[in-house]
Design a protein around this ligand. Structure first.
Ligand code: NAD
Ligand code: WQD
Length: 341
Protein backbone atom coordinates (compact mmCIF):
# COMPACT_ATOMS: atom_id res chain seq x y z
CA UNK A 1 0.00 0.00 0.00
CA UNK A 2 2.97 2.35 -0.47
CA UNK A 3 2.54 5.06 -3.09
CA UNK A 4 5.13 7.49 -4.45
CA UNK A 5 3.76 10.94 -5.23
CA UNK A 6 6.02 13.14 -7.35
CA UNK A 7 5.32 16.84 -6.97
CA UNK A 8 3.53 15.97 -3.72
CA UNK A 9 4.15 19.31 -2.02
CA UNK A 10 2.53 21.18 -4.94
CA UNK A 11 -1.06 22.36 -5.21
CA UNK A 12 -2.82 19.23 -6.49
CA UNK A 13 -0.16 16.86 -5.14
CA UNK A 14 -0.57 17.99 -1.51
CA UNK A 15 -4.35 17.45 -1.59
CA UNK A 16 -3.77 14.06 -3.16
CA UNK A 17 -1.32 13.05 -0.42
CA UNK A 18 -4.07 13.79 2.12
CA UNK A 19 -6.63 11.67 0.26
CA UNK A 20 -4.23 8.71 -0.08
CA UNK A 21 -3.34 8.87 3.60
CA UNK A 22 -6.99 9.04 4.56
CA UNK A 23 -7.64 5.99 2.37
CA UNK A 24 -5.00 4.08 4.37
CA UNK A 25 -1.98 4.30 2.05
CA UNK A 26 1.57 4.96 3.16
CA UNK A 27 2.79 7.92 1.11
CA UNK A 28 6.29 8.87 -0.03
CA UNK A 29 6.58 12.37 -1.49
CA UNK A 30 9.38 13.48 -3.79
CA UNK A 31 9.57 17.14 -4.76
CA UNK A 32 12.43 19.49 -5.61
CA UNK A 33 10.53 22.42 -4.01
CA UNK A 34 10.94 24.55 -7.12
CA UNK A 35 7.30 25.57 -6.96
CA UNK A 36 6.26 24.63 -3.43
CA UNK A 37 7.35 24.78 0.17
CA UNK A 38 8.59 22.14 2.59
CA UNK A 39 6.19 23.21 5.36
CA UNK A 40 3.33 21.79 3.29
CA UNK A 41 4.38 18.46 4.83
CA UNK A 42 3.72 19.88 8.33
CA UNK A 43 0.29 21.03 7.19
CA UNK A 44 -0.54 17.64 5.72
CA UNK A 45 0.47 16.07 9.03
CA UNK A 46 -1.84 18.48 10.85
CA UNK A 47 -4.75 17.46 8.63
CA UNK A 48 -4.27 13.70 8.64
CA UNK A 49 -2.35 13.09 11.87
CA UNK A 50 0.31 11.22 9.89
CA UNK A 51 3.49 12.64 8.45
CA UNK A 52 4.15 11.45 4.91
CA UNK A 53 7.70 10.38 4.10
CA UNK A 54 9.32 13.30 2.30
CA UNK A 55 12.43 13.31 0.14
CA UNK A 56 13.67 16.47 -1.52
CA UNK A 57 14.77 15.39 -4.98
CA UNK A 58 14.52 16.08 -8.67
CA UNK A 59 12.84 13.51 -10.90
CA UNK A 60 15.39 14.31 -13.61
CA UNK A 61 18.11 12.97 -11.31
CA UNK A 62 18.14 9.22 -11.81
CA UNK A 63 20.50 8.56 -8.93
CA UNK A 64 18.29 10.50 -6.53
CA UNK A 65 15.21 8.62 -7.73
CA UNK A 66 16.95 5.26 -7.45
CA UNK A 67 17.97 6.10 -3.89
CA UNK A 68 14.34 6.78 -3.03
CA UNK A 69 13.23 3.43 -4.43
CA UNK A 70 16.06 1.75 -2.46
CA UNK A 71 14.90 3.48 0.73
CA UNK A 72 11.25 2.56 0.17
CA UNK A 73 11.26 -0.88 -1.47
CA UNK A 74 7.54 -1.25 -0.78
CA UNK A 75 6.52 1.38 -3.35
CA UNK A 76 4.01 -0.29 -5.67
CA UNK A 77 2.24 2.70 -7.21
CA UNK A 78 3.31 6.05 -8.62
CA UNK A 79 1.22 9.20 -9.01
CA UNK A 80 3.13 11.68 -11.12
CA UNK A 81 2.48 15.41 -10.73
CA UNK A 82 6.00 16.89 -10.91
CA UNK A 83 6.11 19.25 -13.88
CA UNK A 84 6.14 22.91 -14.86
CA UNK A 85 2.67 24.27 -15.61
CA UNK A 86 2.78 27.93 -16.70
CA UNK A 87 1.36 28.09 -20.22
CA UNK A 88 2.77 31.56 -21.03
CA UNK A 89 6.24 30.74 -19.73
CA UNK A 90 6.25 27.57 -21.83
CA UNK A 91 5.83 29.69 -24.97
CA UNK A 92 8.85 31.79 -23.96
CA UNK A 93 10.99 28.87 -22.76
CA UNK A 94 9.85 25.73 -24.56
CA UNK A 95 13.02 23.72 -23.90
CA UNK A 96 12.66 24.20 -20.15
CA UNK A 97 9.20 22.60 -20.39
CA UNK A 98 10.15 19.76 -22.74
CA UNK A 99 13.18 18.93 -20.61
CA UNK A 100 11.39 18.79 -17.27
CA UNK A 101 7.93 17.56 -18.19
CA UNK A 102 8.95 14.99 -20.79
CA UNK A 103 12.54 14.30 -19.66
CA UNK A 104 11.44 13.86 -16.05
CA UNK A 105 8.63 11.50 -17.02
CA UNK A 106 10.92 9.36 -19.18
CA UNK A 107 13.48 9.16 -16.37
CA UNK A 108 10.81 7.98 -13.99
CA UNK A 109 9.47 5.42 -16.49
CA UNK A 110 12.94 3.95 -17.05
CA UNK A 111 13.29 3.34 -13.33
CA UNK A 112 9.80 1.87 -13.05
CA UNK A 113 10.65 -0.54 -15.84
CA UNK A 114 13.89 -1.59 -14.15
CA UNK A 115 12.06 -2.10 -10.87
CA UNK A 116 8.93 -3.75 -12.32
CA UNK A 117 6.60 -1.14 -10.81
CA UNK A 118 3.38 -1.24 -12.76
CA UNK A 119 0.73 1.19 -11.56
CA UNK A 120 1.08 4.74 -12.82
CA UNK A 121 -1.27 7.72 -12.68
CA UNK A 122 -0.45 10.73 -14.83
CA UNK A 123 -1.58 14.38 -14.52
CA UNK A 124 -2.88 15.32 -17.92
CA UNK A 125 -5.05 18.24 -18.90
CA UNK A 126 -8.12 19.17 -20.90
CA UNK A 127 -5.75 21.40 -22.84
CA UNK A 128 -5.06 18.33 -25.05
CA UNK A 129 -8.53 18.82 -26.62
CA UNK A 130 -7.90 22.44 -27.69
CA UNK A 131 -10.94 24.29 -29.05
CA UNK A 132 -13.73 21.76 -29.51
CA UNK A 133 -16.76 21.72 -31.83
CA UNK A 134 -18.95 19.53 -29.69
CA UNK A 135 -19.73 19.85 -25.97
CA UNK A 136 -19.46 18.26 -23.51
CA UNK A 137 -16.05 16.80 -24.25
CA UNK A 138 -15.80 13.02 -23.98
CA UNK A 139 -12.57 11.03 -23.95
CA UNK A 140 -13.28 10.13 -27.61
CA UNK A 141 -12.95 13.76 -28.64
CA UNK A 142 -9.82 13.88 -30.81
CA UNK A 143 -6.64 15.24 -29.28
CA UNK A 144 -5.47 18.12 -31.46
CA UNK A 145 -2.27 20.04 -32.08
CA UNK A 146 -1.37 21.60 -28.76
CA UNK A 147 -1.89 25.33 -28.31
CA UNK A 148 1.32 25.76 -26.26
CA UNK A 149 4.56 23.89 -25.53
CA UNK A 150 3.11 23.14 -22.07
CA UNK A 151 0.04 21.54 -23.64
CA UNK A 152 2.30 19.67 -26.03
CA UNK A 153 4.24 18.15 -23.12
CA UNK A 154 0.97 16.65 -21.83
CA UNK A 155 0.09 15.31 -25.28
CA UNK A 156 3.58 13.86 -25.82
CA UNK A 157 3.71 12.31 -22.33
CA UNK A 158 0.40 10.57 -22.99
CA UNK A 159 1.88 9.17 -26.21
CA UNK A 160 5.04 8.06 -24.40
CA UNK A 161 2.92 6.35 -21.74
CA UNK A 162 0.74 4.68 -24.34
CA UNK A 163 3.77 3.31 -26.21
CA UNK A 164 5.48 2.13 -23.04
CA UNK A 165 2.30 0.44 -21.77
CA UNK A 166 2.15 -1.53 -25.03
CA UNK A 167 5.55 -3.18 -24.58
CA UNK A 168 5.79 -3.55 -20.81
CA UNK A 169 3.72 -4.32 -17.75
CA UNK A 170 3.17 -0.63 -17.14
CA UNK A 171 -0.48 0.14 -16.44
CA UNK A 172 -1.50 3.74 -16.84
CA UNK A 173 -4.36 6.00 -15.93
CA UNK A 174 -4.06 9.44 -17.46
CA UNK A 175 -6.41 11.91 -15.81
CA UNK A 176 -7.34 14.88 -17.96
CA UNK A 177 -8.13 17.59 -15.43
CA UNK A 178 -10.42 20.44 -16.37
CA UNK A 179 -9.87 23.62 -14.28
CA UNK A 180 -8.71 22.77 -10.73
CA UNK A 181 -9.73 25.37 -8.13
CA UNK A 182 -10.38 25.66 -4.40
CA UNK A 183 -8.48 24.40 -1.40
CA UNK A 184 -8.73 21.96 1.49
CA UNK A 185 -11.60 22.61 3.93
CA UNK A 186 -9.08 22.93 6.77
CA UNK A 187 -7.63 26.06 5.12
CA UNK A 188 -4.17 24.56 5.73
CA UNK A 189 -3.21 23.68 2.16
CA UNK A 190 -4.04 25.34 -1.14
CA UNK A 191 -2.54 26.91 -4.22
CA UNK A 192 0.58 29.06 -3.81
CA UNK A 193 0.95 30.98 -7.05
CA UNK A 194 4.35 32.58 -7.55
CA UNK A 195 4.12 36.22 -8.64
CA UNK A 196 1.07 37.48 -10.51
CA UNK A 197 -1.37 34.59 -10.95
CA UNK A 198 -2.36 33.60 -14.48
CA UNK A 199 -5.39 31.64 -13.36
CA UNK A 200 -8.78 33.08 -12.59
CA UNK A 201 -9.48 31.78 -9.07
CA UNK A 202 -6.26 32.98 -7.37
CA UNK A 203 -6.56 36.29 -9.21
CA UNK A 204 -10.05 36.75 -7.78
CA UNK A 205 -9.06 35.94 -4.20
CA UNK A 206 -5.88 38.03 -4.38
CA UNK A 207 -7.91 40.98 -5.68
CA UNK A 208 -10.47 40.60 -2.92
CA UNK A 209 -7.79 40.47 -0.22
CA UNK A 210 -6.10 43.58 -1.64
CA UNK A 211 -2.95 42.04 -3.18
CA UNK A 212 -4.19 43.06 -6.67
CA UNK A 213 -6.10 46.20 -7.51
CA UNK A 214 -8.60 44.80 -9.95
CA UNK A 215 -9.41 41.72 -11.97
CA UNK A 216 -9.65 42.03 -15.73
CA UNK A 217 -12.24 39.79 -17.35
CA UNK A 218 -10.67 38.71 -20.61
CA UNK A 219 -13.41 39.50 -23.11
CA UNK A 220 -17.21 39.65 -22.94
CA UNK A 221 -17.96 39.36 -26.64
CA UNK A 222 -17.63 35.59 -27.00
CA UNK A 223 -20.50 33.52 -28.41
CA UNK A 224 -21.51 32.27 -24.92
CA UNK A 225 -24.64 33.06 -22.87
CA UNK A 226 -23.11 36.09 -21.11
CA UNK A 227 -20.25 36.73 -23.55
CA UNK A 228 -17.46 35.49 -21.22
CA UNK A 229 -15.52 32.23 -21.59
CA UNK A 230 -16.87 29.03 -20.11
CA UNK A 231 -14.82 26.44 -18.18
CA UNK A 232 -15.41 23.39 -16.02
CA UNK A 233 -14.12 24.27 -12.52
CA UNK A 234 -13.31 21.18 -10.48
CA UNK A 235 -12.68 21.32 -6.73
CA UNK A 236 -9.14 20.21 -5.95
CA UNK A 237 -10.33 17.81 -3.21
CA UNK A 238 -12.66 16.06 -5.66
CA UNK A 239 -9.79 15.95 -8.13
CA UNK A 240 -7.43 14.50 -5.51
CA UNK A 241 -9.93 11.72 -4.75
CA UNK A 242 -9.94 10.70 -8.42
CA UNK A 243 -6.26 9.69 -8.06
CA UNK A 244 -7.07 7.25 -5.26
CA UNK A 245 -9.84 5.75 -7.40
CA UNK A 246 -7.43 5.49 -10.32
CA UNK A 247 -4.84 3.53 -8.31
CA UNK A 248 -7.57 1.26 -6.92
CA UNK A 249 -8.79 0.64 -10.48
CA UNK A 250 -5.28 -0.37 -11.54
CA UNK A 251 -4.76 -2.51 -8.42
CA UNK A 252 -7.93 -4.47 -8.86
CA UNK A 253 -7.29 -5.20 -12.51
CA UNK A 254 -10.66 -4.14 -13.92
CA UNK A 255 -9.04 -2.66 -17.02
CA UNK A 256 -9.14 -3.97 -20.59
CA UNK A 257 -6.22 -1.89 -21.83
CA UNK A 258 -2.98 -0.94 -20.16
CA UNK A 259 -3.52 2.73 -21.07
CA UNK A 260 -6.69 4.47 -19.88
CA UNK A 261 -7.74 8.11 -20.05
CA UNK A 262 -10.46 9.77 -18.00
CA UNK A 263 -11.84 13.28 -17.95
CA UNK A 264 -11.95 14.74 -14.45
CA UNK A 265 -14.38 17.63 -14.24
CA UNK A 266 -17.87 18.38 -13.00
CA UNK A 267 -19.72 18.11 -16.30
CA UNK A 268 -20.86 21.73 -15.86
CA UNK A 269 -19.64 24.84 -17.61
CA UNK A 270 -19.46 28.18 -15.81
CA UNK A 271 -18.68 31.56 -17.28
CA UNK A 272 -16.14 33.97 -15.84
CA UNK A 273 -18.98 36.22 -14.66
CA UNK A 274 -20.65 33.26 -12.93
CA UNK A 275 -17.42 32.51 -11.08
CA UNK A 276 -17.22 36.14 -9.93
CA UNK A 277 -20.87 36.04 -8.87
CA UNK A 278 -20.29 32.86 -6.87
CA UNK A 279 -17.26 34.41 -5.18
CA UNK A 280 -19.22 37.55 -4.26
CA UNK A 281 -22.03 35.44 -2.84
CA UNK A 282 -19.91 33.20 -0.60
CA UNK A 283 -17.47 35.91 0.52
CA UNK A 284 -20.08 38.62 0.97
CA UNK A 285 -17.66 40.95 -0.78
CA UNK A 286 -17.96 42.99 -3.97
CA UNK A 287 -15.11 42.23 -6.33
CA UNK A 288 -13.38 45.04 -8.15
CA UNK A 289 -13.32 43.95 -11.79
CA UNK A 290 -13.45 45.41 -15.27
CA UNK A 291 -14.02 44.00 -18.70
CA UNK A 292 -10.89 43.96 -20.84
CA UNK A 293 -9.84 42.58 -24.21
CA UNK A 294 -9.74 38.88 -25.00
CA UNK A 295 -6.62 36.97 -23.91
CA UNK A 296 -4.75 35.44 -26.82
CA UNK A 297 -5.02 31.66 -26.99
CA UNK A 298 -8.14 31.29 -24.79
CA UNK A 299 -10.58 28.63 -25.91
CA UNK A 300 -14.15 29.96 -25.95
CA UNK A 301 -15.82 27.22 -23.96
CA UNK A 302 -15.03 23.77 -22.72
CA UNK A 303 -16.57 21.41 -20.17
CA UNK A 304 -16.38 17.72 -19.59
CA UNK A 305 -18.47 14.64 -19.88
CA UNK A 306 -17.30 12.53 -16.93
CA UNK A 307 -19.54 9.47 -17.22
CA UNK A 308 -16.52 7.31 -18.05
CA UNK A 309 -14.87 8.16 -14.71
CA UNK A 310 -18.17 7.59 -12.90
CA UNK A 311 -18.92 4.26 -14.56
CA UNK A 312 -15.40 2.80 -14.52
CA UNK A 313 -13.57 4.47 -11.62
CA UNK A 314 -16.62 5.00 -9.45
CA UNK A 315 -15.70 8.67 -9.13
CA UNK A 316 -17.91 11.75 -9.36
CA UNK A 317 -17.38 15.39 -8.42
CA UNK A 318 -19.27 16.18 -5.22
CA UNK A 319 -18.56 19.85 -4.72
CA UNK A 320 -20.04 22.81 -6.55
CA UNK A 321 -18.68 26.15 -7.66
CA UNK A 322 -19.73 27.92 -4.44
CA UNK A 323 -17.77 25.38 -2.44
CA UNK A 324 -14.75 25.96 -4.70
CA UNK A 325 -14.87 29.70 -4.17
CA UNK A 326 -15.57 29.44 -0.44
CA UNK A 327 -12.55 27.20 0.17
CA UNK A 328 -10.31 29.31 -2.10
CA UNK A 329 -11.32 32.38 -0.10
CA UNK A 330 -10.67 30.65 3.24
CA UNK A 331 -7.20 29.72 1.98
CA UNK A 332 -6.43 33.26 0.83
CA UNK A 333 -7.38 34.59 4.27
CA UNK A 334 -5.22 31.95 5.92
CA UNK A 335 -2.26 33.14 3.81
CA UNK A 336 -2.92 36.70 4.94
CA UNK A 337 -2.95 35.65 8.61
CA UNK A 338 0.34 33.80 8.08
CA UNK A 339 1.97 36.83 6.49
CA UNK A 340 0.98 38.93 9.53
CA UNK A 341 2.37 36.48 12.09
P1 NAD B 1 2.43 22.76 -8.77
O1 NAD B 1 3.48 23.56 -9.45
O2 NAD B 1 1.76 23.33 -7.59
O3 NAD B 1 3.02 21.33 -8.36
C1 NAD B 1 4.05 20.70 -9.10
C2 NAD B 1 5.11 20.29 -8.10
O4 NAD B 1 6.14 19.60 -8.82
C3 NAD B 1 5.77 21.47 -7.40
O5 NAD B 1 5.76 21.24 -6.01
C4 NAD B 1 7.21 21.50 -7.95
O6 NAD B 1 8.14 21.94 -6.98
C5 NAD B 1 7.40 20.04 -8.33
N1 NAD B 1 8.37 19.81 -9.41
C6 NAD B 1 8.42 20.39 -10.63
N2 NAD B 1 9.43 19.86 -11.35
C7 NAD B 1 10.01 18.91 -10.55
C8 NAD B 1 11.10 18.02 -10.73
N3 NAD B 1 11.82 18.00 -11.85
N4 NAD B 1 11.41 17.17 -9.73
C9 NAD B 1 10.71 17.18 -8.56
N5 NAD B 1 9.68 18.02 -8.34
C10 NAD B 1 9.33 18.88 -9.34
O7 NAD B 1 1.37 22.36 -9.89
P2 NAD B 1 -0.08 21.71 -9.76
O8 NAD B 1 -1.07 22.73 -10.12
O9 NAD B 1 -0.18 20.99 -8.48
O10 NAD B 1 -0.03 20.68 -10.95
C11 NAD B 1 0.35 19.34 -10.76
C12 NAD B 1 0.29 18.61 -12.08
O11 NAD B 1 -1.02 18.73 -12.64
C13 NAD B 1 1.24 19.15 -13.15
O12 NAD B 1 1.74 18.05 -13.89
C14 NAD B 1 0.35 20.01 -14.01
O13 NAD B 1 0.83 20.11 -15.32
C15 NAD B 1 -0.94 19.21 -13.97
N6 NAD B 1 -2.13 20.01 -14.24
C16 NAD B 1 -2.36 21.15 -13.50
C17 NAD B 1 -3.48 21.92 -13.78
C18 NAD B 1 -3.73 23.20 -13.01
O14 NAD B 1 -4.48 24.05 -13.50
N7 NAD B 1 -3.17 23.37 -11.81
C19 NAD B 1 -4.37 21.52 -14.78
C20 NAD B 1 -4.11 20.36 -15.49
C21 NAD B 1 -2.98 19.61 -15.22
C1 WQD C 1 -10.08 30.62 -16.82
C2 WQD C 1 -10.98 31.67 -17.45
C3 WQD C 1 -9.83 33.28 -18.80
C4 WQD C 1 -7.63 35.19 -15.54
C5 WQD C 1 -5.27 27.09 -17.80
C6 WQD C 1 -4.34 26.33 -18.69
C7 WQD C 1 -4.76 24.91 -18.81
C8 WQD C 1 -4.93 24.27 -17.44
C9 WQD C 1 -5.76 25.11 -16.52
C10 WQD C 1 -2.95 23.06 -16.87
C11 WQD C 1 -10.60 31.96 -18.89
C12 WQD C 1 -10.47 33.94 -17.61
C13 WQD C 1 -8.47 34.35 -16.27
C14 WQD C 1 -7.95 36.57 -15.44
C15 WQD C 1 -9.93 36.18 -16.76
N1 WQD C 1 -3.69 24.08 -16.78
N2 WQD C 1 -9.60 34.85 -16.87
N3 WQD C 1 -9.09 37.01 -16.06
O1 WQD C 1 -6.96 29.30 -19.33
O2 WQD C 1 -8.88 27.75 -18.78
O3 WQD C 1 -6.58 27.03 -18.34
O4 WQD C 1 -5.29 26.46 -16.52
O5 WQD C 1 -3.05 22.09 -17.56
O6 WQD C 1 -3.80 24.26 -19.56
O7 WQD C 1 -4.35 26.97 -19.97
O8 WQD C 1 -7.58 28.78 -16.92
O9 WQD C 1 -7.76 30.10 -14.86
O10 WQD C 1 -6.27 30.95 -16.71
O11 WQD C 1 -8.73 31.00 -17.03
O12 WQD C 1 -10.93 36.61 -17.31
O13 WQD C 1 -7.23 37.35 -14.85
O14 WQD C 1 -10.83 32.90 -16.74
O15 WQD C 1 -9.95 34.07 -19.95
O16 WQD C 1 -11.78 32.18 -19.59
P1 WQD C 1 -7.53 28.28 -18.46
P2 WQD C 1 -7.50 30.23 -16.31
Amino acid sequence: MEVLITGGTGYIGSHTVVEFQQAGYDVVVVDNLENSQADVIDHIEKITGTRPHFEIGDIRDKQALNNIFEMYPEIKHVVHFAAYKAVGESVQQPLKYYENNIGGTINLLEILQERHIQNFVFSSSCTVYGEVDKLPVTEDTPVVKAMSPYGNTKKICEEVLYDQSKISNLKVVSLRYFNPVGAHDSGLIGELPVGIPNNLAPFITQTAIGKRQSLTVFGNDYPTPDGTCVRDYIHVVDLAKAHVKAIQFLMHGKYHDHFNVFNIGTGRGNSVLEVIESFEKVSGQKLNYKIGPRREGDVVQIYSACEKATNILGWKAERDLDNCMESAWKWERHLKDLSKS
